[in-house]
Design a protein around this ligand. Structure first.
Ligand SMILES: NC(=O)c1ccc[n+]([C@@H]2O[C@H](COP(=O)([O-])OP(=O)(O)OC[C@H]3O[C@@H](n4cnc5c(N)ncnc54)[C@H](O)[C@@H]3O)[C@@H](O)[C@H]2O)c1
Ligand SMILES: O=c1ccn([C@@H]2O[C@H](COP(=O)(O)OP(=O)(O)O[C@H]3O[C@H](CO)[C@@H](O)[C@H](O)[C@H]3O)[C@@H](O)[C@H]2O)c(=O)[nH]1
Length: 445
């Protein structure tokens, strides 16, 4: 098939590369001309395992092209995906300005019947707004004769594993309007290569599909905030949340996934989608009590590591130096959107400390966010970050941080303190090297 994708971010680029790799011809459009020029040269703006090779291979095979020209792109694709950002607006709701701008653009240039698919995470009712925006433009050009079907097809990929998730989805949710059986057939055909072995396509009405995406993210965020709550209790009651996690995760009704306590969840999805669900609820005079508590717990959780530092070393941290390992909001990405590391960096700098930061992939992104910020030193390796440090703070569970040279840590850290925001270390191993572990909800903290 010939496909068009608006937005070359994490979702748009990955989807484009994966659909091209399945044999489709895909063109990607973005308003960021520099990004498009780089993509044409094979320069990929984000770090995502396997993505660059996939893009280059399909570009070279002539299946994947990049453009800033919406007219050409809308002419090209029989299915048009909208995969632009839906950031948090000032009131917590999802800001639809990018989605609706794409919709208006499509309406302005569309010359043939089209299926428009919303991939972006959007509040319930957005498909109606997208359809109205396109139809408004069509009507103003006297092209109401064209047929248009708007489908909701939320994306569930995780950063750091985006290519694999997109190639092997757990499920493919399609929100199709009544009477959309031809559209359903077209999308089933498109997704057939990803729907082998067992049925993964779940067809429902458009509003339910839109809500499904928020329900999935908010339930996962709820599991995390609940475990963080238990971790805070464990800290105060002298229990080890890691034992508790194992004790409950072995119950298949609970499961082992997404019950890892830590310094709060970050990224471009959970925080914004939790806020958007709250806003959606309030918009229909409904108080989403559980989701509000999830958000509140997460805001507090992002401060827990700093609070532990203060309780050990005092509130005045002038003259103190901290090695900080891990800036990205999770491993295998360079994304620092809403990363808990940012709260810790900001708090440490505000308290007068020096922060020596290192991340395997997010140094450039950190530079973009913090360039010129006094007190923050960008280090070339995890060892270099330790130079002259009083304590180590670990904020992302990158593989290379999991088995550090404990002798080196003991020799380097003046206060022999390790603040573990992801609970990757074992307190007794550290203790054998004279190091004290301050984890999240560990008995020893
Ligand atoms: N990041 C993820 O892991 C993930 C996973 C599932 C769903 N989502 C959802 O998918 C959507 C996109 O997220 P993302 O992380 O890929 O966003 P992103 O911010 O990485 O990329 C968005 C891209 O859209 C482009 N854009 C903005 N306006 C445009 C326009 N009018 N025409 C063409 N391009 C335009 C931007 O320049 C940017 O390159 C969001 O709604 C998000 O919630 C994200
Ligand atoms: O047990 C856990 C699991 C995750 N996290 C944190 O939760 C955040 C989000 O992690 P993850 O879900 O792995 O990454 P995302 O790329 O944000 O993916 C989520 O958000 C995407 C965008 O909507 C969805 O498509 C995915 O299904 C959903 O997992 C990160 O800060 C993690 O450190 C925890 O604290 N404890």
């Amino acid at each position: 098939m010939q496909l068009t994708i608006f937005g070359t971010g994490y979702v748009g680029l990955v989807l484009a590369a994966v659909l091209a790799d399945a044999g489709n011809k895909v063109t990607c459009v973005d308003v960021d001309a520099a990004k498009i020029e780089n993509l044409k040269l094979g320069i990929v703006p984000i770090y995502e395992p396997g993505l660059e090779a996939l893009i280059i291979r399909n570009r070279d095979a002539g299946r994947l092209t990049f453009s800033t020209d919406p007219r050409e792109a809308v002419e090209f694709g029989e299915i048009i995906f909208i995969a632009v950002g839906t950031p948090t607006d000032e009131d917590g709701s999802a800001d639809l300005k990018y989605v609706l701008a794409v919709a208006s653009t499509i309406g302005r240039v569309m010359e043939n019947d089209r299926i428009v698919v919303t991939k972006s995470t959007v509040p319930v009712g957005t498909a109606d707004q997208v359809e109205a925006a396109i139809k408004r433009e069509l009507a103003s050009r006297g092209r109401d004769d064209l047929s248009l079907d708007v489908v909701s097809n939320p994306e569930f990929l995780k950063e750091g594993a985006a290519v694999a998730d997109c190639q092997k989805p757990d499920r493919i949710v399609l929100g199709i309007r009544a009477g959309g059986s031809a559209t359903e057939r077209t999308l089933r055909e498109l997704y057939a290569p990803f729907n082998r072995n067992h049925e993964k396509i779940i067809v429902m009405d458009v509003r339910s599909a839109e809500l499904t995406k928020y329900a999935a993210n908010c339930l996962l965020a709820t599991k995390i905030s609940f475990m963080n709550e238990i971790a805070n209790l464990a800290d105060r009651l002298g229990a080890d949340v890691e034992s508790v996690r194992l004790g409950i995760g072995s119950d298949p009704r609970i499961g082992n996934q997404f019950i890892y306590p830590g310094a709060g969840y970050g990224g471009s999805c959970f925080p914004k989608d939790v806020r958007a669900l709250i806003s959606m609820g309030r918009g229909v005079n409904f108080e989403p009590l559980i989701t509000e508590a999830v958000e509140r717990r997460n805001q507090l959780q992002k401060q827990v590591i700093f609070e532990k530092i203060v309780s050990r070393l005092g509130a005045d941290l002038r003259g103190r130096t901290f090695a900080l390992w891990g800036l990205a909001f999770k491993p295998n990405t360079d994304d620092m959107r809403e990363a808990p590391s940012r709260v810790v960096i900001d708090s440490l700098l505000a308290a007068g400390a020096t922060v020596r930061a290192y991340d395997p992939k997010a140094m450039e992104e950190c530079g973009r966010i913090y360039r010129g910020r006094e007190g923050l030193v960008f280090c070339a390796s995890q060892e270099q970050a330790l130079t002259g440090a009083d304590a180590l703070v670990v904020m992302t569970e990158w593989k290379e941080f999991q088995s550090p040279d404990l002798k080196l840590l003991g020799d380097s850290l003046r206060e022999r303190l390790v603040f573990d925001g992801r609970n990757i270390y074992d307190p007794s191993s550290l203790a054998r090297h004279g190091l004290t572990l301050c984890g999240i909800g560990r008995a020893v903290s």
